[in-house]
Design a protein around this ligand. Structure first.
Ligand code: SAH
Length: 213
């Protein structure tokens, strides 16, 4: 029994109560130890359903947000997934735990290096890259799914271009205070966009993102 096993089970119970139904998502969130992705002094709060601060004024997303976005992404095992905004690495680990081939980009090198160390320690084979993810990662495109974990002013075209036939892009779009979560699907060469709900994310900064340092 690990130190936080009971807390983690309770967190998954809360996710179910809040409407997460995908068993694969719930199982991954039961298996991945979120407290390993959180730093002091917040480790004791790892299983509260809330975003928590990480280095570089960023956050590890709220568990419900991770669960909801992953459920909307609906990746098949073995799916090739691109994540923009590695942050703590928690979302990437959830996808890897579900059997996805994960590619993740982070603009803060310090965060990327920490996440990379953690992936190695936990045995996840996740491809990582430092830089501006608004231009995607063309070398390994197309992707079955793309998940953006920071708030964008618009849907970056590069990400649309790197989406496979039948693929899904999950991205929060809006202003800096509040965003709608969009799910864009590429079906028979036609793009379909649905708005699923409101969320609050840290900004996506880059060429096709917000200005910032
Ligand atoms: N998925 C993360 C959430 C981190 S918050 C987790 O599970 O912890 C979003 C992250 O997106 C931040 O770390 C921020 O630095 C990063 N980010 C913002 N704009 C970016 C861009 N254009 N390219 C790559 N990463 C970006």
């Amino acid at each position: 029994m690990g130190r936080f096993d009971e807390e983690r089970r309770d967190m998954v119970g809360i996710l179910k109560e809040k409407g997460i139904t995908d068993e694969k998502v719930l199982l991954a969130m039961t298996n991945v130890e979120r407290h390993l992705f959180v730093n002091e002094p917040f480790v004791n709060r790892s299983y509260e359903d809330t975003a928590l601060p990480i280095e570089k004024s960023q956050t590890i997303s709220q568990p419900y947000t991770v669960a909801f976005m992953t459920q909307e992404l609906n990746p098949k095992p073995g799916a090739k997934i691109l994540e923009i905004g590695t942050g703590s690495g928690y979302q990437a680990a959830i996808l890897a735990e579900m059997g996805c081939r994960v590619f993740t980009i982070e603009r803060h090198l310090e965060l990327l290096l920490e996440a990379r160390k953690l992936f190695e320690r936990l045995g996840y084979r996740i491809a990582t890259r430092g830089g501006d993810g608004t231009v995607g990662w063309s070398e390994f495109a197309p992707y079955d799914g793309i998940i953006v974990t920071a708030a964008a002013p618009d849907v970056p075209d590069a990400l649309i271009r790197q989406l496979a036939e039948g693929g899904r892009l999950v991205i929060p779009v809006g202003d800096l205070d509040s965003q709608s979560l969009l799910v864009v699907t590429n079906q028979d060469g036609r793009l379909e966009t649905k708005e699923v709900r409101g969320f609050k994310f840290v900004p996506l900064i880059g060429k096709q993102g917000w200005n910032g340092k």
